[in-house]
Design a protein around this ligand. Structure first.
Ligand code: ZN
Length: 475
């Protein structure tokens, strides 16, 4: 790797060693309660939370950094319980609905044809990073990757927390893998797999097949479950099995999803986006959709992406709630004088103006950035999404360059157009020269007509042994 690796990695990782105090914000204590107060954190942990009058002054020592967040509501960073980062840039594929996931996979599995072919030319590590950005933009600070994990990518520099204490298998398509990986999983960790993703007899049969392979208990967390019978639901509830609900993916793939009764009655449930292959938009888009179309109560949705998700995934750092001693992972949005849950069901990615993960600013709007000293903003790079600028703790310039080289056109992320910023926060060591690359407002055909020449495949910020040839598409 080149000489820039160390500096980029350090920039992406470092957090200030000084305590940071955020004053005059309204702070969410639960789905329905929030009060004005002060939140202080030191390193990755929240030190104190205190209530005070909205405009009171906070006395701080010289060693502290103090920022005024008047007019903002702080909420816990969201938890996306199911995603496949490998496919973050892919479009939705196929035209369903199908009876089960195997029919869908057989329809779309054409790695040698467009558009899959072009997307597989983007290095997997870069697609992982785009997955982080896709989630950061909508306020996700913790996510479960349901696919291959590369520790060299999910190191401390990665801007979204990927828990490392869970086991997973894709599905019962490979029973031997299910058994082996379950045995490899710690006795106290959840074991997650796709199960009964369908509406036919084949999906229904999966529950009993799983019961023949593993002891069914509260460590087993299944994704989807649309094919389960009433008796199977009853048994799943009795033994404490967890459910990850992905309704937007289900509706595209299968034409139906679980009823709200299932979600409300099951004691251990979280919400996941699934990948863009089946689910357009981001977690906030899905939350608004569920509230509007499925008439879910805001408090339920709030808990599915905070406290209930943390419980189901057995997270240990205090994710999902803001308390002294918990991890300093939270988001800030304009205060609408509504409850945290009502706010969550009304906002979209444009409203997320600050994301702090483990005490690091990992996303900031330009206005929010003006409230913080430069030392907290070091390492952030600027990106435009649909002409809105955000500062992101990711090697954005390198990601755009490598992605363009693979795709041959500017990528979309959750249906939004990406492009480099031309503002003052743009990385001064511009990896792209204007003459090398068309601007993002060109059409895809115009971009292809530019006949861009590929550069050497150096990926700044990633260890050399991360590079690999992507030869297969695994769902
Ligand atoms: Zn999935």
């Amino acid at each position: 790797m080149n000489a820039t690796t160390g500096s980029v990695s350090t920039q992406l990782t470092e957090a200030t060693s000084r305590a940071v105090t955020l004053k005059n914000a309204r702070i969410a204590h639960s789905a329905i309660t929030a009060t004005h107060g002060t939140l202080s954190f030191l390193g990755p942990r929240i030190e104190t939370l205190s209530s005070h009058h909205p405009m009171s002054s906070h006395i701080a020592g010289d060693h502290q950094i103090v920022a005024d967040l008047s007019g903002f509501l702080l909420m816990p960073g969201l938890i996306n319980a199911h995603d496949h980062l490998d496919f973050s840039l892919f479009p939705r594929l196929g035209e369903g609905p199908w009876r089960n996931w195997r029919e869908w996979a057989a329809t779309i599995h054409h790695p040698d044809k467009s558009p899959v072919k072009e997307h597989l030319c983007v290095p997997r590590e870069i697609r992982f990073w785009w997955g982080a950005v896709r989630n950061l933009l909508c306020g996700v600070t913790t996510l479960v990757q349901h696919d291959r994990c590369l520790p060299c990518v999910f190191e401390s520099a990665f801007p979204v927390h990927i828990p490392n204490d869970y086991g997973w298998a894709h599905s019962l398509a490979d029973p031997r893998q299910v058994i082996d990986r379950f045995r490899e999983t710690s006795d106290h960790a959840p074991f997650i797999l796709h199960l009964a993703e369908g509406i036919d007899a084949a999906a229904e049969a999966e529950f009993d097949e799983l019961a023949s392979l593993l002891p069914l208990d509260d460590r087993i967390v299944f994704v989807h479950g649309t094919g389960l019978t009433a008796a199977q639901w009853k048994r799943a509830e009795q033994v404490g099995m967890g459910l990850i609900w992905c309704p937007v993916s289900n509706l595209f793939n299968l034409g139906r999803t679980l009823s709200l009764d299932h979600i409300q009655c099951h004691s251990s449930v979280a919400l996941g986006t699934d990948s863009p292959l089946t689910a357009e938009g981001d977690l906030l888009d899905h939350i608004r959709f569920i509230a509007r179309e499925l008439q879910a109560q805001p408090a339920l949705l709030y808990e599915l992406v905070t406290t209930r998700a943390a419980h189901l995934l057995r997270l240990k750092r205090g994710e999902g709630s803001l308390r002294s001693g918990h991890v300093a992972s939270f988001i800030a949005v304009r205060d609408r004088n509504r409850s945290p849950a009502e706010t969550l069901t009304q906002i979209s990615w444009e409203d997320i103006e600050l994301v702090i993960e483990s005490g690091r600013i990992v996303l900031s709007s330009m206005e929010m950035a003006a409230r913080f000293p430069a030392e907290l903003l070091e390492g952030l790079e600027s990106i435009r999404i649909n002409n809105i600028e955000r500062l992101i703790r990711a090697p954005v310039q390198m990601m755009l360059r490598e992605t363009f080289k693979g795709l041959g056109f500017w990528p979309d992320l959750s249906g939004r157009k990406l492009g480099p910023s031309l503002g003052p926060h743009t990385n001064p060591c511009r990896l792209l020269q204007p003459s090398d690359m068309p601007m993002p407002w060109c059409t895809a055909q115009q971009e292809k007509d530019q006949n861009i020449e590929a550069e050497p495949a150096e990926i700044a910020g990633l260890p050399e042994d991360c590079h690999g040839n992507v030869t297969s598409l695994v769902f």
